[in-house]
Design a protein around this ligand. Structure first.
Ligand SMILES: [Zn+2]
Length: 136
């Protein structure tokens, strides 16, 4: 695991006692809402009057993919806190932040499903889509 990402996940776990991005967000006072985003994007993160808010597409309510999307947005909320300036970044810098958020989400969700939510069903297709390998 990427050591920087590992460190952040360990810190979050020591503070919150969970790998569940929804619970972590709640404990960090980050509101998570569902809204109809029309399926694209599936989630976004914004800062409104110093309050960080994660919005997930309403199509995710019953989908296990919501954990991954929430974790990805959580990474933006925690690490890329100056989100307002995100939109002025060039594509290369954006790509780097997106990559970082994906790596964070892969690792967090891998731990979540392998340790905490073993009864949640996750399809092979989903695992492939998100690059999550549950065998390890
Ligand atoms: Zn992102």
């Amino acid at each position: 695991m990427n050591s920087k990402v590992k460190r952040i996940i360990n810190i979050l776990y020591s503070i919150t006692g969970t790998y569940n991005p929804f619970i972590i967000a709640e404990l960090l006072n980050i509101d998570v809402h569902y809204k109809n985003l029309g399926g694209h994007p599936l989630g976004h993160c914004s800062k409104i009057l110093k309050e960080t808010v994660i919005v997930l597409d309403s199509s995710l309510v019953d989908s296990p993919i919501r954990f991954f999307i929430c974790a990805h947005e959580l990474c933006h909320a925690i690490k890329h806190s100056d989100i307002a300036s995100y939109y002025s970044l060039n594509e290369l810098s954006k790509g780097k932040l997106e990559y970082e958020a994906d790596i964070f989400a892969f690792e967090l969700i891998k731990l979540l499903f392998s340790i905490e939510l073993t009864e949640e069903s996750i399809t092979d297709e989903m695992a492939n889509d998100y690059g999550i390998n549950f065998i390890n």
